[in-house]
Design a binder for this molecule. Structure first.
Ligand SMILES: Cc1ncc(COP(=O)(O)O)c(C=O)c1O
Length: 375
C-alpha cells in the first residue's frame, strides 16, 4: 500500500462546502483586502493562542520579518537563532542587515535551551529567536530567564507549532512576539501562503507591527517608516476560519498516531533508531512532524527502503543554516555546532497526518522494523 508523506485533499474536502460558500459571499462583496475575515481570524487566533494581539500576515516568513522590524532590528544587530531549522528563521534576520548568531540544539528535542542561548549573547544581541521545531516547545522557561537577565526581547518562531503547549502555556505566551505559519502543510494550513504575528501584551508594539504590514502607513498615505506589503488575503482568512474549529481534533489525531508509532517501534535499539520524545512538562507536542533519528549512517538507506515500498518520508533539514552557502561569509566551520550537524545527518520525518488509517500506520512501521530485521 502506498503511503504518501502528506495528503491534504481529505482534510480540505472537510471544509470545501463551507469555503465555497464563503468564497461566493466574498466575490459578491468583492472586498478582498483586510476585511471581516482577516479581522475575525485575528481575534480567533488571539483567543486560541492566548496572545493579546494578532496581525494577519501574508506568510510565516513575513510574520517573522514584521516581528523583527517591530523590534527595530537592523544593521549591526545580532539575533540568536538555531542553526537546525527552516531557512526563514535566519533569512529574515539577514534580510534586515542583522547578523544571525547560530546556536546548537538539545538532542532530546532538536530545540534551543537557555544555556545555549546564554553562551551566544554579546553586547550586540538585540533579539533571541527560539524555534519550536516539529511541534514541540523549546526550553522557554530557560530562554525567558536568560532574556530577562539581559533585557533582550524574544521572538518565538512557532511556524510549526500553533497550539503546542508546555509549562501550562501555549506557543506564543512566552516571548514578546510570535510568528505562526499557515503554509498548507502546517497543522492549520491555508489554501496558499499565510501567517500571523502575535504580540503577547505590548499594545504599542502591536500597533507598530500592524503599521509595518501596510508600508508603515498610518493614516492612509502617511508613512512613518519603511514597512512592507505583508497582508493576508481575505480568502486565506476565510479558509483558516473554516478550519480553526477542527484544529484541536487534528492535533489529537496526530498525537494518537505518534503514540501508536512509539509503541509499535519501541523494540528498535538505540543504535538503530531514536524515536521522538515528548519531554516538555505540562506539554502538548502537536507533531507537525514525527521525526526519528536513524543511527549508524543508515538514514538514506532507510529512506530508499521506504521509497521502494511507496512510503513517503522527508528530511527536515539536510543542511544546517550555518553551513548554507549564503551564510559562508559568517565564517562558521564544520564541526562548530556538532549536535545540529549530527541531526542533519540522522533525521527522517514520517507520515503522521490525522487522516491516516491504522493500515497505513502499520505499513510505515512494519517497513521500518523490517529494514532492521524486526517483526
Ligand atoms: C520553523 C519555520 N519558520 C518559518 C517558516 C516560514 O513560514 P512560511 O513558509 O509560511 O513563510 C516555516 C515554514 O515553512 C517554518 O517551518
Amino acid at each position: 500500500m502506498a503511503v504518501p508523506m502528506l495528503e491534504l485533499a481529505p482534510q480540505n474536502a472537510a471544509v470545501k462546502a463551507k469555503v465555497l460558500e464563503g468564497l461566493s459571499g466574498l466575490i459578491d462583496r468583492s472586498a478582498f483586502i483586510l476585511g471581516e475575515n482577516v479581522k475575525g481570524l485575528e481575534a480567533e487566533i488571539s483567543a486560541y493562542a492566548g496572545a493579546a494581539h494578532a496581525v494577519a500576515m501574508s506568510s510565516g516568513t513575513d510574520a517573522l520579518l514584521a516581528a523583527l522590524m517591530g523590534l527595530g532590528i537592523g544593521h549591526g544587530d545580532e539575533v540568536i537563532v538555531p542553526s537546525f531549522t527552516f531557512f526563514a528563521s535566519a533569512g529574515v534576520v539577514s534580510r534586515l542587515g542583522a547578523k544571525p548568531v547560530f546556536i546548537d540544539l538539545d538532542p532530546a528535542t532538536f530545540n534551543a535551551t537557555g544555556a545555549l542561548v546564554e553562551a551566544a549573547i554579546t553586547p550586540r544581541t538585540k533579539a533571541i529567536m527560539p524555534v519550536h521545531l516539529f511541534g514541540q516547545l523549546a526550553d522557554m522557561p530557560g530562554i525567558m530567564a536568560v532574556a530577562a537577565k539581559h533585557g533582550i526581547p524574544v521572538v518565538e518562531d512557532a511556524c510549526q507549532s500553533l497550539g503546542a503547549k508546555g509549562w501550562g502555556k501555549s506557543a506564543g505566551q512566552f516571548g514578546d512576539l510570535t510568528a505562526y505559519s499557515f503554509y498548507p502543510t502546517k497543522n492549520l494550513g491555508a489554501f496558499g501562503d499565510a501567517g500571523m504575528t502575535a504580540i503577547r501584551g505590548d499594545a504599542a508594539l502591536a500597533a507598530r507591527v500592524r503599521r509595518i504590514r501596510v508600508h508603515g502607513m498610518e493614516p492612509v498615505y502617511m508613512h512613518h517608516e519603511v514597512g512592507m506589503n505583508g497582508r493576508m488575503d481575505e480568502f486565506q482568512a476565510l479558509v483558516l476560519r473554516a478550519k480553526l474549529p477542527m484544529l484541536d481534533g487534528w492535533h489529537e489525531g496526530r498525537r494518537k498516531h505518534a503514540t501508536w508509532y512509539l509503541e509499535r517501534m519501541k523494540g528498535l535499539a538505540a543504535d538503530e533508531v531514536v524515536l521522538p520524545r515528548e519531554v516538555v512538562p505540562e506539554g502538548r507536542h502537536i507533531y507537525n512532524q514525527f521525526t526519528i533519528r536513524v543511527k549508524g549512517g543508515r538514514r538514506d538507506a532507510l529512506q530508499a527502503h521506504l521509497k521502494e515500498r511507496g512510503i513517503g518520508s522527508a528530511i527536515y533539514y539536510p543542511i544546517c543554516l550555518h553551513e548554507q552557502p549564503c551564510f559562508a561569509f559568517l565564517g562558521y566551520k564544520a564541526g562548530q555546532l556538532p549536535e545540529s550537524e549530527l541531526a542533519a545527518k540522522e533525521v527522517l520525518s514520517l507520515p503522521v497526518y490525522p487522516e491516516m488509517t491504522a493500515a497505513m500506520l502499520e505499513e510505515v512501521a512494519s517497513a521500518i522494523l523490517g529494514f532492521f530485521g524486526k517483526p
